[in-house]
Design a protein around this ligand. Sequence first.
Ligand code: IPE
Ligand code: IPE
Ligand code: MG
Length: 250
Amino acid sequence: MSIIDPAIAVQRLPRHVAIVMDGNGRWAEARHRPRSFGHHEGVKAVRASVEACIRRHIPTLTLFAFSSENWKRPEEEVGTLMELFMKAMDREVDELVANGVSLRFIGERAAFAAPIRERMDRCEERAPASTRLQLNIAANYGGRWDIVQAARGVARAVAAGELDAARIDESVFDAYTCLADLPPLDLFIRTGGETRVSNFLLWQLAYAELWFSDVLWPDFDAGTLDAALADYARRERRFGGRGASGGAGA
Ligand code: IPE
Ligand code: IPE
Ligand code: MG
């Protein structure tokens, strides 16, 4: 069953969806289970969201898996998450590639242990013959980090004489950010009931549509995505202009 009207779906669908996958801990606590159980169940919702994007012909999905601030959590929880990343990469990559998913990791990789970094490299090398979905996993990612690493790239190019500082504008700067080669971010989704950005894609959020849900991440499924897509399809994006219904006048 779908709440999406197939007639409007194609033109009104976002080309790039980003999701803050929040609420794993509370989902587990509500069931009197350890938080790690919530993280494990969250992997199933990742699978569901990837499949739903492929079915809906959404070409780009960016998932917030671990923020640059999540290292603040107790060592035990960080350890659980690291183990889960490794297992997920080992178990899922074959099927993802078979289904036409290209993987990219965004974030500061140096902080991860070698076995994780190696797996990330290997996943990225496994490009499918034809890509149906570009899946970006944000790990040790922060929106401010992305802006700073872009600034570093710009500064390096200027220092090397490859770029004239007077030519730096928004589009030149954008080219140095993590997702520059992909469609602009259209729809930002956050589950788990918090209405904040938590240092996700700051640069890319400028004109994204925001959609917040109380659904806890392990409960996220194709129906939740469809609700977000239906809401998105109803919105008029004006980008500071007057939009289709702006009309003539003074
Ligand atoms: C999101 O769920 C997963 C990560 C941040 C890695 P949380 O672990 O933040 O769950 P809540 O917000 O505490 O319920
Ligand atoms: C954001 O969730 C990060 C991820 C989902 C990976 P958090 O649970 O870390 O965010 P805060 O602490 O509520 O802002
Ligand atoms: Mg949280």
